[in-house]
Ligand binder design. Structure first.
Ligand code: SF4
Length: 332
């Protein structure tokens, strides 16, 4: 069958099938999670309006050292992950060892997908070369603005032209040295809920040259209110179901593990599980604290023991992966 026909059918039926699989997927909260977020620094060179950092909310600032990173990966290497987000609450390029760490992670961790995120300000020639040599499944470049004025309003820095110039440098590199590039896809990211849809569409048309002949695409992510820390447009659904983010921990630069990566923003104590430099990763998931969080999540009382979850809208950005058995009303 020609490739185009296969692609057409995958597009039509692939997403609903994935959704069905997710819906019936059993989540056992005494096992280590399948998706994690690793923060190698929470330092950032932006103060964006949609981010808790932008309004001054943050844990103590720091950078993970290489020896601690090795300790962390050695702690995780006996597990298998579906997805690793090599990002936390900062700009990874600000850690001078970022590429050594990424190499060590690729050599030692088993993961189906590993993603990298940057705001693109430090996406200079040196970093482009290093990044392209690593087999990331996706690199997200947060542009989050369609012109200088909007970028200034959203990201609160006069850096639109710098980021655009860096994206263009990346594209020239990919055209010239495609044989050296190992990254599967680079996403130029916008945020719906903050940016108007028609403006995002205009930006896509304006920069359509960016996505020709190179593995570059546009992506639009939905806005999160970071567990109620940031005001602004929120997407709500009336019916609330258990939150699958509770199984997507954030590991901070100092080794602190938070059950939900959203809690990385302010180091929320209710969702804090322990320090990975001192504990085995699985032991954090067999702890009484996580057991209580998991039970509360399934019984719809998470907000009673984790205050952040009351105001949070991030739960509804992911589909319900839990399923209640009809009549018995028990969670799968
Ligand atoms: S409700 Fe929000 S803060 Fe709570 S676990 Fe889910 S995503 Fe995290």
């Amino acid at each position: 069958m020609p490739n185009q026909v296969i692609k057409k059918y995958l597009k039509k039926f692939g997403t609903p099938l994935l959704k069905i699989r997710e819906r019936f997927r059993r989540q056992i909260y005494t096992k280590p999670p399948k998706r994690i977020s690793i923060e190698i620094t929470n330092m950032c060179n932006l103060r964006c309006s949609y981010c808790p950092r932008g309004i001054g909310i943050c844990r103590p600032l720091g950078i993970m050292q290489m020896d601690n990173f090795v300790k962390l990966i050695n702690n995780l290497k006996k597990y298998e992950f579906d997805q690793i987000d090599f990002v936390g609450f900062g700009e990874a390029f600000l850690n001078k060892d970022w590429n050594k760490m990424a190499k060590y992670m690729f050599d030692n961790l088993k993961a189906k997908r590993i993603f990298f995120t940057t705001n693109g300000i430090l996406l200079n020639e040196e970093n482009i070369k290093k990044l392209a040599s690593l087999p990331f499944d996706a690199v997200n470049i947060s542009l989050n603005g369609v012109n200088k004025e909007e970028y200034l309003k959203i990201n609160r820095a006069d850096m639109y032209e710098v980021v655009v110039e860096n994206i263009e440098k990346l594209i020239s590199y990919l055209k010239k040295y495609s044989f050296l590039n190992k990254v599967k896809v680079y996403y130029i990211q916008f945020i719906s809920g903050i940016q108007k849809e028609e403006e995002i569409n205009k930006a896509k048309i304006l920069h359509q040259d960016w996505i020709k002949d190179v593995p570059v695409k546009f992506s639009v992510i939905s806005y999160s209110n970071w567990g109620g820390l940031v005001n602004g447009p929120a997407v709500w659904r009336n019916k609330r179901y258990p939150c699958s983010h509770l199984y997507v921990p954030g590991i901070a630069w100092d080794g602190n593990v938070y059950a939900c990566c959203i809690a990385l923003a302010d180091g929320d104590n209710d969702l804090y599980l322990g320090n990975i430099f001192e504990n085995d990763f699985l032991s954090l998931y067999k702890s009484e604290k996580f057991n209580k969080l998991g039970q509360a999540n399934l019984s719809g009382t998470l907000g009673k023991i984790a205050n952040k979850c009351v105001k949070c809208n991030a739960w509804c950005r992911v589909d319900n992966i839990f399923y209640k058995i009809p009549f018995t009303k028990k969670w799968l």
